[in-house]
Design a protein around this ligand. Structure first.
Ligand SMILES: [Zn+2]
Length: 359
């Protein structure tokens, strides 16, 4: 296992990233989506070492399509509505492909399970190889391989230290990608009429899908016995769906990451990591009720428990390294306790299912 990159090497990486964004030759938004995809894959499949990481072209293409999925919904600033243009020329090919699939299948998990999705992944692999995969590393018209090299097969290999840096600087990268992507779409004259003077573009492009989240409420309410996930008191209201690992840390709707909480509890927790007692309850919930959750939600959301666990490990590991505070209850935070490691181990002791004992 290679050691993490030195502080100097991390700075060199950030300098490359800065140059990538300064470069004004982004014809389409593909490069942003590609960087987003690779970063998220490094979190989901990587570790915090300086090692290389191999990512299959098909894996990148699948993630790439997912990144664009929510962006093919017509944007409605006026009565007409329409899909935002992601390219300075004709509409980006990926968008056209996805629009058709979304029209047929409606939700991401349904689309993913379809034959058309597999075709789209193949088509996207072709597109990635033709266009953005190699162009992402052209800085000031010169190729500068600072992220990856082609693998000896259908994959790319992230260079030593890159996986670590993508995981370490994920928050910063997200912000850069969103800002640049939003501004690309806004500055495209073809979108002007559609956008009007509304200022919710970033939220529409990258926010969580509130309408879909509403569907989760009754399911969680039932599973949690009408109590708030955090304070354990009776809900007494519809409550709010909270991303246990906050959306700002990992902006992706995974079924096992949802909990239902009082509006007040959710609002106070915000982007913080939940304290260890909540983490234990959450892990417990996913072990005991994970299968039920998957059954209820998989038509609507991606339900992938192992990935959810790895994301939590990454999130708590980085929170601990940064001496983060964790959220305990309204108005109270405490330093993050090292006990998260035991809780997030792969093999978590399975507690008895209360429902089974009752029966
Ligand atoms: Zn509460």
């Amino acid at each position: 296992m290679l050691p993490p990159p030195s502080p100097h090497e991390q700075l060199v990486f950030l300098d490359h990233i800065q140059r990538l964004f300064e470069e004004g030759e982004f014809v389409a938004t593909y490069k942003y989506a590609l960087l987003h995809a690779i970063t998220e894959l490094a979190i989901e499949f990587g570790t915090d070492s300086g090692d290389t990481l191999d990512l299959f072209h098909s894996q990148i293409a699948d993630k790439f399509l997912e990144v664009y999925w929510r962006q093919v919904v017509p944007y409605r600033a006026n009565d007409e509505g329409g899909v935002l243009i992601q390219n300075k020329g004709r509409q980006a090919a990926v968008i056209v492909l996805l629009q058709d699939i979304r029209g047929r299948h409606g939700t991401l998990p349904m689309a993913r399970a379809s034959q058309e999705w597999r075709v789209a992944v193949r088509e996207t692999v072709r597109l990635l190889k033709e266009m953005p995969l190699w162009r992402l590393q052209i800085l000031r018209r010169q190729e500068s391989r600072f992220l990856y090299i082609p693998g000896a097969g259908p994959f790319i290999r992230l260079l030593p230290g890159v996986m670590f840096n993508l995981r370490r600087f994920h928050g910063l990268l997200q912000q850069l990608i969103r800002a640049a992507w939003t501004s690309h779409i806004r500055s495209n004259p073809k979108n002007a009429a559609l956008l009007g003077d509304r200022d919710d573009l970033e939220e529409v492009l990258f926010g969580t899908d509130r309408a879909s989240l509403a569907l989760v409420k009754p399911i969680l309410k039932d599973l949690q016995g009408d109590t708030c996930f955090y304070c354990q008191r009776r809900l007494g209201e519809m409550g709010e769906v909270d991303h246990f690992i906050a959306w700002s840390r990992y902006p992706r709707d995974l079924g096992h990451n949802f909990v239902l909480a009082h509006r007040r509890c959710n609002g106070d927790k915000r982007d913080l990591l939940a304290a260890i007692e909540h983490l234990e309850r959450w892990r417990n919930r996913n072990v005991v009720q994970g299968a039920t959750l998957k059954r209820e939600l998989e038509g609507q959301f991606v339900c992938d428990e192992p990935t959810t666990l790895r994301v939590a490990q990454w999130s708590y590991e980085h929170g601990f390294a940064a001496s983060s505070q964790s959220w305990q209850r309204t108005g109270q935070v405490v330093p993050l306790d090292e006990g998260y490691r035991r809780i997030l181990q792969e093999r978590f002791p399975t507690p008895p299912d209360p429902a089974a004992t009752a029966a």
